[in-house]
Design a protein around this ligand. Structure first.
Ligand code: UN1
Length: 509
């Protein structure tokens, strides 16, 4: 078990400043925007928030840079992203420190987040030579019909605290090779890792001769985000966060006919069938539900277990939960770090109280830890709650480690329960029955953007498109052909004959 001693805020401040210095960032000290750590819940430094004037200037600069960047050949644009990926690799450990200090992730997950950034850079570099359009058979003689993909404009990236760097990199690496420029508004809770990422990209731009303003960082609260949402110079708003946020962003961007890419809440479930390999299932479930202290959008929040195996599985889970080492995320034995804030802890407690009032039984966890040592931090035992039906609280996303367990008798019932929530991000089934697995992945199975077999709901690789349906917002980021959201498509008809022939056999002599 990790010791109950936590690093002091002074230790963490020194560690953050060392990491920033090695990365090459001079921290612009100020007031108004604190940099804070959830490890102690205390402030590290004071920073200055960007103003409306800064935002306007950033948009003007990135728009101007776009006019150059869009005509830079895509493989040359890839050189910038390759250099970014190299410097992320060089500074992997320091970047991971900042992720741990500001988001509270355990070391292995923080390193994993930086790895995810390196991976998407490599993907994007390859993509820079593969922005393929189609050629299409023309119905007219002497004509060529084809489609071309062009850069779109300035992409506004709004990201959340829980993946403070990786979500930026998915958007930015792809947007840059697609010929877009980027304005980034990160979570107010993670300004230091944002400064580090922006600095490394600026340096990569300088080293590769890319325009200085291919990327701008704006630190601040929602008013900065609102500027990106409402300003017609922002061609694409890619926003990651709560469904409540997306409900505001989507219609506002649409009202000005802008494009939006939304990655919103998940309420991810796993079905555990009678034939499941339970050793594997327990491991997969505990990582997906309690990992990252339940603060991934892909976190496993609902378990739908066959009645015949439910009691045994729940017992094993409760036993595994009781052994979870909770505490200092820098301690190599810790598996569960802090929640981002005491407000998140209040949200969890409120959800547990509602679950109990709605007939749920808390089988493990739910208690606060380390309250004496760190009164401003929010360490909590991940909770397992047995519920008889999918009541109101189970249908909501609470951004904390609560796993609701439901039982089923038939696969149809399991799938119906699975899909009967407003969100549609990630899902999985644990089974050794191929027929069940295929049904779960089929059109009548999971309605999510991500559907897995014999692994949990979280921890997707960057090669696939990432995102989900329904209240998750419908956007797709990262791999596969998600790049198309960052470009505009032109359909080209070229007549290389000396006759004008009209489509659909129209005659107009
Ligand atoms: C998020 O929580 O916003 O699939 C992103 C995963 C990670 C990304 C999560 N690759 O869990």
């Amino acid at each position: 078990m990790p010791s109950t001693a936590l690093p002091t805020t002074d230790d963490l401040r020194a560690r953050a400043l060392t990491a920033l210095e090695r990365i090459g960032v001079t921290v612009p000290e100020g007031t108004g925007l604190p940099a804070r750590t959830p490890i102690t819940g205390e402030n590290l430094l004071g920073l200055t928030a960007s103003t409306a004037c800064d935002a306007d200037q950033a948009l003007a600069a990135t728009r101007a840079a776009f006019l150059t960047w869009r005509t830079t050949p895509a493989p040359r644009r890839g050189e910038l992203v390759r250099r970014l990926g190299e410097s992320l690799r060089e500074h992997k450990s320091d970047l991971a420190d900042l992720v741990t200090i500001e988001a509270g992730k355990i070391r292995s997950e923080a390193l994993g987040e930086v790895q995810e950034m390196i991976d998407i850079c490599e993907f994007a570099v390859g993509l820079s030579r593969q922005l393929y359009g189609r050629t299409i058979a023309s119905e007219r003689p002497g004509h060529r019909l084809a489609e071309t993909w062009h850069p779109l404009g300035v992409a506004g990236v709004i990201s959340a605290f829980n993946f403070p760097a990786a979500v930026w990199s998915w958007n930015t690496a792809i947007a840059l090779v697609c010929g877009d420029t980027v304005v980034w508004k990160p979570s107010e809770l993670t300004p230091l890792i944002s400064l580090a990422c922006a600095h490394l990209l600026a340096r990569a731009a300088e080293e590769t001769g890319a325009p200085r303003d291919v990327h701008r960082l704006l630190l601040g609260d929602r008013t900065i985000g609102e500027t990106l949402v409402d300003d017609p110079r922002v061609a694409l708003v890619s926003a990651t966060g709560s469904t409540r946020m997306g409900r505001e962003v989507g219609p506002r961007v649409a009202a000005r006919f802008g494009r939006s890419l939304l990655e919103l809440g998940g309420n991810n479930a796993a079905v555990v069938a009678p034939s499941a390999d339970l050793d594997l299932a327990v491991q997969g479930i505990v990582f997906a539900a309690a990992g990252t202290a339940g603060q991934r959008c892909t976190t496993l929040r609902r378990l739908i277990v066959h009645r015949d195996i439910a009691d045994g599985l729940v017992e094993r889970l409760a036993a595994a939960y009781r052994k979870l080492p909770i505490g200092d995320p820098f301690d190599g034995t810790t598996l569960v770090g802090p929640l981002i804030s005491t407000a998140a802890l209040d949200g969890m407690r409120d959800a547990l109280a509602r679950a109990r009032a709605q007939g749920g039984e808390i089988l493990a966890g739910g208690d606060r830890r380390l309250a004496d040592t760190a009164p401003h931090a929010a360490y909590v035992e991940p909770a397992v709650v047995r519920v008889a039906e999918q009541t109101g609280v189970v249908r909501e996303e609470t951004f904390a480690p609560i796993l609701y367990v439901l039982t089923y008798d038939t696969l149809d019932q399991a799938i119906a329960l699975h899909n009967d929530v407003p969100q549609g991000l990630s899902s999985s089934i644990f089974t050794r029955d191929q027929r069940e697995a295929e049904i779960f992945l089929s059109a009548e199975g999971s309605d999510c953007g991500i559907a897995n077999v014999n692994i949990g709901t979280s921890g997707a690789e960057i090669g696939g498109a990432f995102g989900g349906e329904k209240e998750t917002g419908g956007g797709r980021e990262s791999g596969s052909d998600a790049w198309r959201a960052y470009m505009r498509r032109a359909t080209n008809t070229v007549n290389y004959s000396s006759r004008l022939s009209l489509a659909q056999n129209v005659s107009f002599p």
